[in-house]
Design a protein around this ligand. Structure first.
Ligand code: CA
Length: 361
């Protein structure tokens, strides 16, 4: 259709002409400049990049009136203190993994992942359509922030091991770099969890100070060179089946935004969520191929270890829910959704994927 015909049919010509004739009714957009503190280093280009992508979208959607400058972890505040910086107004917005703050309250875990929790697609479905957003934001807002879902790594890998783990017995005394609840559960299984910053893992593995380490997945792990110091690459990362990231906005800053800027930021968060998962899905296959070609041996965690971990996780959730009402409320919604979704996904999605993975192509 020619442009003139389209404009005539849609009645756009008349509306546009009216807008030009009466510019006084157009409300001026305020100029707003925010700082975004990311929890992540620039070297994690896919995760850090999701925050940058959201900021770029807002800048462009607002015609440069609403600008967000992005700072890497450590530039304004340390990566693990982004929530604090947003809460106290040091920055208006952060891009972070809310489970970093489980020490303040374990309920924050539902902003990222709990062991044996939701995968990325399930998280999106729960967040957007099954009360996730509503429930988590009740909790977030009570703590002074608004949380906008903005990224996911997809299921992570189980990490790098110097020796093979063929049974639960092989895990006894294994010193593994793994944080959070995954680490607590590993401890219940007999391993010895270690807290080590990303930049120091390689050296610790090389020197044998630790026996194993988890990080993210093939694309990010390859950049840190773990394949040169540990031979066995395990899957799946059952503690991070679909860890989500959020843009967390200071509640007062959010409430002070005009509605159109709130809509831009919401749309930018949706965009970042899609961007990050798609970028990992595009980059991980080739990275995994390169790792295997370099001699990395892929191994699945033994089923008895997974089952013991699953039991330990459920015990931990029952204990936590018994003493934390906000945790219990979100946990019940999250787990009910997980169980329903698994029943549906296995019918056709999983059988399709399984067939495609095993058929000769
Ligand atoms: Ca990880």
């Amino acid at each position: 259709m020619k442009r003139r015909e389209f404009l005539k049919k849609a009645g756009v010509g008349a509306a546009a002409a009216g807008a030009v004739a009466a510019p006084a009714i157009v409300k001026a957009q305020p100029t707003i400049s925010w700082r975004l503190a990311s929890s992540f280093p620039k070297s994690l280009d896919t995760i850090f990049g999701a925050g940058e992508y959201a900021a770029k979208l807002v800048n462009e959607m607002s015609g440069g009136k609403f600008t967000i400058r992005v700072f890497a972890g450590g530039e304004i505040v340390p990566g693990l203190q982004v929530l604090d910086a947003v809460q106290n107004g040091t920055v208006e917005i952060g891009h972070t993994a809310p489970y970093y703050y489980v020490g303040k309250d374990p309920t924050w875990a539902f902003g990222t992942a709990i062991p044996f929790g939701l995968n990325a697609r399930q998280y999106n479905a729960w967040w957007y359509f099954a009360s996730g957003d509503k429930l988590f934001n009740e909790f977030s807002e009570a703590n002074g922030v608004v949380s906008l879902l903005a990224g996911n790594t997809g299921a992570q890998m189980g990490g790098w091991f110097r020796k093979e783990i063929k049974s639960l017995a092989d895990l006894q005394g294994v010193k593994m770099r793994i944080g959070g609840w995954g680490g607590q559960i590993m401890a219940k299984l007999g391993a010895v969890p270690q807290q080590i910053a990303g930049g120091e893992i390689y050296q610790a593995l090389e020197r044998g100070t630790i026996d194993a380490a988890e990080w993210v997945g093939p694309y990010d792990d390859e950049k840190l060179g773990f394949n040169k110091v540990a031979k066995f690459y395990y899957y799946p990362g059952w503690w991070e089946g679909g860890p989500a990231l959020h843009l967390q906005v200071n509640k007062k800053s959010w409430e002070g935004l005009p509605k159109d800027y709130q809509a831009m930021l919401t749309a930018a968060a949706h965009g970042a969520n899609e961007y990050m998962m798609a970028k990992y899905d595009a980059q991980n296959p080739a990275a995994l191929r390169r790792l295997v070609a370099s001699g990395t041996q892929l191994r699945a965690f033994p089923r008895e270890m997974m089952e013991a971990a699953f039991k330990a996780a459920n015990d931990l959730y029952a204990e936590t829910a018994a003493k934390n009402a906000p945790f219990k409320k979100i946990y019940e919604s999250y787990i009910a959704f997980r169980n329903d979704s698994i029943t549906w996904m296995r019918v056709t999605e999983n059988t399709f994927d399984d067939f495609m993975a095993t058929v000769k192509k």
